[in-house]
Ligand binder design. Sequence first.
Ligand SMILES: *Cc1c(COP(=O)(O)O)cnc(C)c1O
Length: 824
Amino acid sequence: MIYTIEKVTTLIGARRYGDRDCNVGFILTDSRSLCFPEETLFFALKSERNDGHNYIAELYRRGVRNFVVSDVPNNFASDYPDANFLRVVNTLEALQRLAERHRDEFNIPIVGITGSNGKTIVKEWLYQLLSDDMYVTRSPRSYNSQIGVPLSVWLLNKQTEIGIFEAGISEPGEMLALRDIIQPTIAVLTNLGSAHQENFKSKEAKCREKLILFHDAKTIVYNMDDEIINDTVESYNYSGEKITWSFKNPKATMFIKSVEKRKNDTVINYNFKDKEGKYILPFIDEASISNSIICAIVTLCLGVSTDVLSRRMAKLEPVAMRLEVKVGQHGCTLINDSYNSDVNSLDIALDFMNRRPDHKGRRHTLILSDIFQSGEKPENLYRDVSDLAYKRGVVKFIGVGPELKAHADQIQIPEKFFFSSVEQLINSEVFRSLRDEVILIKGARQFGFDQITELLVQKVHETILEVNLNAVVKNLNWYRSFMKPETKLVCMIKANAYGAGSVEIAKTLQDHRVDYLAVAVADEGVTLRRNGITSNIMIMNPEMTAFKTMFDYELEPEVYSFRLLEALIKAAEKEGITDFPVHIKLDTGMHRLGFDPINDMDKLIDRLKHQNAVIPRSVFSHFVGSDSDDFDDFSANQFALFDAGSKKLQAAFDHKILRHIDNSAGIEHFPERQLDMCRLGLGLYGINSRNNEIINNVSTLKTTILQMRHIPVGDTVGYSRKGTIEHDSVIAAIPIGYADGLNRHLGNRHCYCLVNGQKAEYVGNICMDVAMIDVTGIDCKEGDTVEIFGDHLPVTVLSDVLDTIPYEVLTNISDRVKRIYFQD
Ligand SMILES: *Cc1c(COP(=O)(O)O)cnc(C)c1O
């Protein structure tokens, strides 16, 4: 739907500067995602760490003419002659107001979903259950925040027959705004878990906040077996229709009479408002069962019959939430998105592809299946797809499916190919000749696109390290929450990003605007530069032989001794370089590297003042034991030494020298010592070194079962007959050994891995490339996945057995283990 800029001005109550007539079709809050500048309205949002107003000039250059701002730029009339600035007090509230007014235009059922878990699954399953006969508009992926919800609701259009939106909150006071925007006619609370509990006084308080979504809804849906939820709802005088569900209480509107789990599915018998019904769900886990019950209720409320419901339930598909980045064959990178196929999620995936810098300037290719989206005429749908793909830089289009083939004319990409099926595609010359491309693979499940990925992915070894890029961002934000908004941040991605792979981690961090990346040696920095990383990069262990490289690639060295300083100055002078930024390290107690903060300072300052080849950009020191309270006195002493030494250095110069000492544990433990900048290392990778707990797990090391065999009592397994078998056993071999970084000391039943969620001990000595595990009594087969550590088995279990720290386990994973990156 299109709004004139005049209309928008009135709807959000803005004061308008500029008088150009414009139509607005797209809303933008992140300058990096710009696609259709002419029809875009940019909201300059202010967050703690960023200010959208800073991107106005750039967006104007790229063609955007409409801006919602709280501060109109000076000289707007001369600098931005044909632009409109809509001035409001608070730009986020204006965005929310616009979405709210847009929502008012629709007199259709709107489902609002909140809860601690399952929101996205319930939303996607409802879409699967309803989209056969209704045009559904829903939140893309998990857009459920203060910004995500207005952007989602904005997608409602004239064809929409039902809207389904998620509402997520993390703090008190947030739900009111979301409720006003969504105005649900049916409001659903999936469940109440422990997420974000730290921001609420009690579980009841969190429940009350979530239930604000229920006010004014015609129908509310909740689980009465949860006493907190039930009591909180009862304490409201809610006037609409309450639909409860329960496994125990026959008085519930939806009473689940029986749940029968079979091998691959679950049979559920229920009574809904005195109607009997039954469906078979093709999943067996508890969460899926609860989610399906909620979906059944909403579907029945919308008038779908019990028979139709059970037919559609049987066809429910898992919801893939992730975008995966994989190394492909022949110089290709694969971005695999098996999330439900529709235009909005296509746009998000294209945006993701675009935002990852690619040093080699490789071409962008899209492999897309038919899109099933009832309501839209295929001509229009595929024209929109073509437009999007073109604007987002796709130069090669490969369409799979009869519908795309029939509408090939609508696709206006220079290089385009069409196939009726995946089989046709993979047997074609087009497929065989994919070379040096970044390929986005996006297909509806029934097309079987996994075959495409499987064939294109580089096959080395069946052991992989999965790296969750979202978790990296969550950990980053967790640590940022201890820091003042203005404090800068260095992210330590030395040692190949603590094993996670520095290039992809650096891309993610750069996208989240960290101030500095730090690596150990110059070569690591060069790799980052060659892969398109433009952030500031610090080199912690600069080699004397690599100064020229550092100058060429703008890699800023740490300087810890007079010998290093002299050599660096000499090298810079030889190249005619001036003011090259360096980072001065002071030794306050680690006694590893660094200048003496008392005795070296005068000489250091004198030397720095009498040259202009290098310039101190920052000064820092490193805590010996910020992870343990036992060393608090020592840390205080280190800080005092650093404070004095660094202040002395600063006093000698006119320019600002950034001071920093906090590492991950320091950020959490001594936020008052954050100074100008902090250095985040292990915490970024999800491990809290203060308590050995996992914040958000980033890396999961996985492999598969190669072979299984029965071994009788008395026999042995592996080298030197170490693995004695004491009962008749089933032993599985897995393709991971000490050459992959699986420490030999884990063998001989000292540790275990997980096979289908169950513990399997290592039997006998771990070999170079293979290990044997005891799977006696575990339901498994050859080809099944084995988790060495990760989401279900914390890496700290391994490091504890090995009597070491998680850093060592992570950094020991060898290069031959393929890294796979994904994000939700
Ligand atoms: C590795 C490193 C860090 C990061 O330490 P963590 O404990 O991983 O947070 C910070 N500063 C310096 C100088 C480092 O070498």
